[in-house]
Design a protein around this ligand. Structure first.
Ligand SMILES: NC(=O)C1=CN([C@@H]2O[C@H](COP(=O)(O)OP(=O)(O)OC[C@H]3O[C@@H](n4cnc5c(N)ncnc54)[C@H](O)[C@@H]3O)[C@@H](O)[C@H]2O)C=CC1
Ligand SMILES: O=C(O)[C@@H]1CCC=N1
Length: 256
């Protein structure tokens, strides 16, 4: 995710490459991020904190404690932190740093890699409006941005951030069935992708609800209703609800 965000930052041209620093504990990853985006590499977290006034925290939630411990000795209240971690609250970051730093909590998704991301963001009260606008513009460079209250930042993971995986799973199941029914995999993949894009575009039309759209496809006595019967028999909607709630529950656990 850090790579996708760095690409977005570089693309905006907001900061010259000599002012953008990366640090990864894995030297190969650090070098790869540096080379790919043409930015600078810091030798340590400490050096990065000393050089930057906006710091993106892009490690796994499980690595947050060690990273914040390394950040703490060099921190000051002027540094703005931007976290992309699932489940990690702004309160946890502020408390761990023992410093009233402004913090923006974000939840991006992997389509950021191709400029089609959907990022949700929230902020602590002390984030200056101009700083928040700046960070919004950086994420906007690789997709859409949506501002939420922090209380919604765990649940939203199930909506935009883990959800590409469920959509890929659904697409994979469709692909497998298409192949079993004699359609070539590449042909089926093209048809499925175009159908996903077209269906998403129709969902955006404000005058049509998902139920309206389902009805438009479902001819009485036709094929779609037969397929939907199978989904309903297997409690599809309940399964999706359970999966999304399991996602949110895990975010809550990661934040503890
Ligand atoms: N993968 C996804 O779709 C999304 C991930 N996120 C969040 O993004 C964060 C990163 O996830 P990924 O990019 O998938 O993980 P990743 O494993 O690809 O990247 C994490 C990087 O952190 C580095 N790292 C670990 N400990 C470190 C330390 N002490 N100091 C410096 N670097 C250290 C690792 O070497 C690794 O390169 C997580 O907090 C995750 O919750 C958020 C939205 C979507
Ligand atoms: O699976 C995860 O924990 C991360 C956060 C959201 C998407 N991937």
């Amino acid at each position: 995710m850090a790579g996708a965000i760095i690409n977005g930052i570089v693309a905006t041209g907001t900061f010259p490459a000599q002012q953008i620093y990366v640090f990864d504990i894995n030297p190969e990853k650090c070098e790869a991020l540096k080379q790919k985006a043409g930015i600078q590499a810091a030798d340590s977290i400490r050096q990065l904190i000393e050089k930057c006034n906006i710091v993106f925290l892009a490690v796994k939630p499980q690595n947050f404690a060690e990273v914040l411990t390394a950040v703490k000795p060099a921190v000051n209240e002027k540094i703005l932190f931007v976290s992309i971690a699932a489940g990690i609250s702004t309160q946890y970051i502020v408390r761990s740093l023992d410093c009233g730093c402004p913090v923006i909590r974000t939840m991006p998704n992997t389509p950021l890699l191709i400029g089609k991301g959907a990022t949700a963001l929230s902020r602590t009260a002390n984030v200056a409006d101009e700083d928040f606008q700046l960070v919004l513009s950086l994420f906007s460079a690789c997709g859409t941005v949506t501002v939420l209250d922090e209380s919604q930042m765990n649940a939203v993971i199930s909506v935009n951030s883990s959800s590409p995986a469920y959509i890929y799973l659904f697409a994979k199941a469709m692909l497998d069935s298409a192949v079993k029914q004699g359609i070539a995999a590449d042909t089926a993949l093209q048809l499925i992708c175009q159908t996903l894009e077209g269906s998403a575009e129709m969902l955006r039309q404000p005058e049509l609800t998902p139920d309206d759209l389902i009805k438009m496809v479902s001819s009485p006595g036709g094929t779609t209703l037969k397929a939907l019967d199978v989904f309903y028999e297997h409690h599809f909607e309940q399964t999706v609800d359970e999966a999304m709630r399991a996602c949110t529950k895990r975010a809550e656990e990661l934040g503890k």
